[in-house]
Design a protein around this ligand. Structure first.
Ligand SMILES: [Zn+2]
Length: 112
């Protein structure tokens, strides 16, 4: 085998690989409870995804535009906070994706 120079990219450079996972993660939480931008960024960071507001907010808007999330404003002390919940279509999409994730998990993790 010839030696080829491989450039190892940092996890941030593999954003495109993770973008679907992040969307599914957002959808998963929004199906269980109302989520908001900062809280979701913290939750994603807990899982090792560092995502800036400049990426997360357009992602949330995009999911809302596609009818998978619905936003509403709630009173949070003296300020108002925008929260997102999964719509029926969002739950359905999540359910369909769960089957695909299960398939991938079997191959990646369980090796079958
Ligand atoms: Zn989570």
């Amino acid at each position: 085998m010839s030696k080829t120079k491989v450039e190892y990219l940092s996890p941030a450079d593999h954003r495109d690989l993770y973008s679907g996972l992040i969307r599914l993660h957002v959808l998963h939480h929004a199906a269980h409870e109302p989520i908001f931008g900062l809280g979701m960024a913290e939750e994603l960071a807990r899982h090792g995804y560092r995502i800036s507001p400049g990426t997360l907010y357009p992602l949330l808007h995009g999911l809302e535009k596609r009818g998978l999330l619905r936003s509403s404003e709630i009173q949070n002390g003296k300020s108002r906070r925008k929260v997102y919940r999964a719509t029926a279509a969002g739950r359905k999409a999540l359910q369909a994706a769960t089957g695909k994730v299960r398939e991938l998990f079997r191959e990646l993790i369980e090796g079958r």
